[in-house]
Design a protein around this ligand. Structure first.
Ligand SMILES: NC(=O)c1ccc[n+]([C@@H]2O[C@H](COP(=O)([O-])OP(=O)(O)OC[C@H]3O[C@@H](n4cnc5c(N)ncnc54)[C@H](OP(=O)(O)O)[C@@H]3O)[C@@H](O)[C@H]2O)c1
Length: 320
């Protein structure tokens, strides 16, 4: 596994991180989840990404992760980076959602309790809620670091202008933003427009989530929606309606390029998202050991010819 410094910080992150949004809650196979966490760690994936609401039910991914730690990984705590977040709906009433100081502080304490950890390595504001003053949210993050409950802080899903404002505030408080977590894949290139520049200028790192567009960037939906897939799962965030004919046609063309590279489409999609230097790491969310192994093998072939990149651009722009 290769590790890269996260922005201008001294923290190195692995090229691939493991996310526990789906597949790690009480409704999932605990033994498989435990095997995946152990295998990931053995292969050098030192970074595990959580949030208060991951499950389902919400909170259960953190509880399961805490159990996995206690059952065999606790002695490796200093070799691991564990992240969590607050900002989306977690409990009823005015304080269980959004980016207020009240929500962040209360949620962080709950997350520490569920995981049994003394601190998170990275704690994020999960989203810009459009209402809370950015200064309030950022000061809460600064105080969280000063209280020793997180070592670093990050922001996720902030629009570029608000991200810049947040990072400027944090820098002035001498608790710089370590990392921006944003969606990035062949099917969602939005960060290339402005966000990557903001992140680079501010000296933060970027970690991409849903690099396989929740599984669309694999060969599984080429001939319908298979049982067991995220789109077939009523608890899944990916909806059947998102697997449109147009998307499948794009994926089929990308799959042909992947075949020529002797890679699966999932592997090519990960390699493609890692091609930008600003991308410190990608968070993969796997359902099985087989998927995790396949995704880690991506790292054996990360290079692209100019011609391959051009072909991929043409396909993504709908010009083929
Ligand atoms: N900050 C945020 O707001 C935010 C939002 C979303 C996610 N995240 C983070 O990012 C992580 C990853 O997101 P994601 O789960 O959407 O990532 P993803 O890697 O795009 O999708 C993961 C899904 O793709 C399928 N898959 C994975 N590897 C595969 C392979 N080799 N072949 C075929 N299918 C494969 C599996 O779906 P099937 O179940 O269909 O097999 C898996 O559950 C999350 O766990 C979370 O930590 C953060």
């Amino acid at each position: 596994m290769k590790y890269s410094f996260c922005g201008l910080s001294g923290l190195q992150l692995p090229q691939l991180s493991l996310g526990l949004w789906h597949n790690f809650g009480f409704n999932d196979d605990y033994e498989e989840a435990k095997k995946m966490v152990h295998f990931a760690f053995e292969k050098g994936i030192t970074h595990f990404d959580l949030a208060n609401n991951y499950g389902p039910p919400p909170g259960s991914a953190e509880t399961n992760f805490g159990k996995i730690m206690k059952e065999g990984l606790a002695s490796h705590r200093d070799e691991m980076i564990v992240s969590s977040k607050a900002g989306y709906l977690m409990w009823e009433g005015p304080y269980g959602n959004g980016s207020s100081r009240k929500n962040l502080m209360a949620s962080l304490n709950q997350s520490l309790k569920r995981t049994g950890l003394e601190y998170f390595d990275i704690f994020y504001s999960h989203r810009y809620d459009g209402v809370t003053p950015i200064e309030e949210t950022m000061q809460a993050l600064v105080d969280i670091v000063r209280q020793g409950k997180a070592l670093y802080i990050g922001i996720s899903n902030y629009p570029p202008a608000e991200a810049r404002q947040a990072m400027t505030y944090l820098r002035k408080q001498q608790v710089p933003c370590l990392i921006f977590q944003g969606k990035y894949s062949m099917l969602y290139r939005n960060p290339e427009e402005e966000l990557f520049d903001v992140v680079k200028k501010e000296g933060a790192g970027f970690i991409g989530f849903s690099p396989l567009a929740q599984g669309i960037l694999s060969d599984k939906y080429l001939n319908g929606i298979p049982a067991g897939s995220r789109a077939a799962n009523p608890d899944g965030f990916l909806k059947k309606e998102q697997i449109t004919e147009e998307v499948v046609s794009t994926v089929k063309q990308l799959n042909l390029i992947a075949e020529k590279r002797n890679q699966s489409l999932a592997q090519m999609a990960l390699a493609w998202a890692l091609r930008k230097e600003v991308v410190t790491s990608l968070i993969v969310g796997t359902r099985s050991m087989q998927q995790l192994q396949e995704n880690i093998s991506t790292l054996n072939n990360l290079s692209f010819s100019d011609n391959e990149l051009k072909q991929i651009d043409l396909i993504l722009d709908g010009e083929v």
